[in-house]
Design a protein around this ligand. Structure first.
Ligand SMILES: C[S@@+](CC[C@H](N)C(=O)[O-])C[C@H]1O[C@@H](n2cnc3c(N)ncnc32)[C@H](O)[C@@H]1O
Length: 339
């Protein structure tokens, strides 16, 4: 066997082991990292604390320890190491929510198992597995809905402040945040620009969460939240129509339909602003292709380069004016006008 054969074999055999992703998720779901005593705990103690089968749990912990997640400090006694501590809901990096099989990402993991269907027949695997699109499925379960909102809130903390500093808001008197999520970005923009008023259009349950966020941020008086769909006509008369992190959730035709709803109502001197991480030449290929696959499986969406978004905007009757990139989070703020 040549060296290159060996490399190829290593790549493929690594993929044989589906156990790592599921064992890590099982450990996170059982919150093992929170239950382990500082000097270590036996599998029986952990099983009693987490509601698990002691024998199966011991074998899983040994498996994880052999791969550097948890340490077997004495035979049958396990301690949390740095990697294991990442699985705790208390860890500030927020990995637990992405790994908890009882949460939204557990459902997404189930959908990923059906990638082959997506590749064979197109369309989102999520809908095939759960019988309805991701956002509808989340909305049908208040706990899932609360948890997806919490993830959005945490993510928005990373970019809302920077985007609120963009110059486009200084030129505007009113903003329509279309698919505005739980309202953190609108709240940050309104706080930074006291003369600005806003409307936030969202699905019912998320619109209610957004109203709470805006009130808590002290800007509730300046923002109306509207329960509506961005596939339907949007409220008229705003200077800026914002689509933040919305376009990647959708395939090309749906994305054009959403952009067209904005184009229909934006005044001639107004702007449609797309805020998006975007695929760029500088970004890491593995991260980008992962995000693209994630969008494909979960929502039949797509990660796009700025030029690809411009082409969709053109189909929707919009013309690109200018793109700026935020210095820290690297978000693209893309301005369009009605063609
Ligand atoms: C990725 S989140 C972005 C939220 C927010 N703009 C932000 O950047 O934090 C996409 C949002 O689109 C909303 N959404 C999905 N389908 C929608 C529809 N048909 N009409 C309005 N909003 C919708 C979801 O509820 C979700 O909050």
């Amino acid at each position: 066997m040549t060296e290159r054969d060996e490399e190829a074999l290593t790549l493929v055999t690594a993929a044989l082991d589906l156990m790592v992703p599921y064992a890590v998720r099982a450990a996170a779901t059982l919150r093992l990292a929170d239950e382990v005593a500082p000097g270590g705990s036996t599998a029986a103690e952990l099983a009693a604390a987490c509601g698990a089968d002691p024998d199966a749990l011991e074998r899983m912990l040994r498996y994880l320890s052999s791969r550097g997640i948890f340490d077997e400090v004495a035979p049958g006694v396990f301690a949390a190491n740095r990697a294991a501590s990442l699985l705790s809901p208390a860890h500030p990096w927020g990995m637990h929510e992405l790994l908890d099989l009882d949460g939204p990402h557990g459902r997404i993991a189930d959908a990923q198992r059906r990638l082959l269907d997506t590749v064979r027949y197109g369309g989102d695997a999520y809908r095939r597995v759960f019988g309805r699109p991701y956002y509808e499925d989340m909305a049908a379960d208040p706990e899932m809905s609360r948890r997806t909102s919490a993830v959005s809130t945490a993510m928005a903390a990373g970019y809302a402040g920077e985007i609120a500093q963009d110059e486009v808001w200084k030129r505007a008197g009113s903003l329509a945040d279309v698919g505005g999520g739980t309202g953190e970005l609108t709240a940050a923009i309104l706080r930074a620009h006291p003369g600005l008023r806003a409307v936030l259009v969202e699905r019912a349950e998320t619109a209610a969460a957004a109203a709470d966020t805006l009130a808590a941020a002290g800007v509730g008086e300046r923002c109306v939240t509207v329960d509506g769909s961005f596939f339907d006509p949007l409220p008229e008369g705003h200077d800026v129509y914002l689509l933040a992190n919305v376009v990647p959730d959708w395939g090309d035709d749906d994305a054009v339909a959403i952009l067209r709803r904005c184009a229909e109502v934006v005044p001639p001197e107004g702007r449609v602003v797309v805020v998006d991480t975007c695929v760029t030449a500088r970004a890491d290929d593995q991260v980008i292709t992962y995000l693209d696959m994630f969008q494909l499986v979960v929502q039949n969406g797509r990660a796009r380069r700025p030029e690809e978004i411009h082409r969709l905007a053109e189909r929707a009757g919009l013309t690109h004016v200018e793109t700026r990139q935020t210095p820290l989070s690297g978000y693209h703020v893309i301005e369009y006008v009605r063609a």
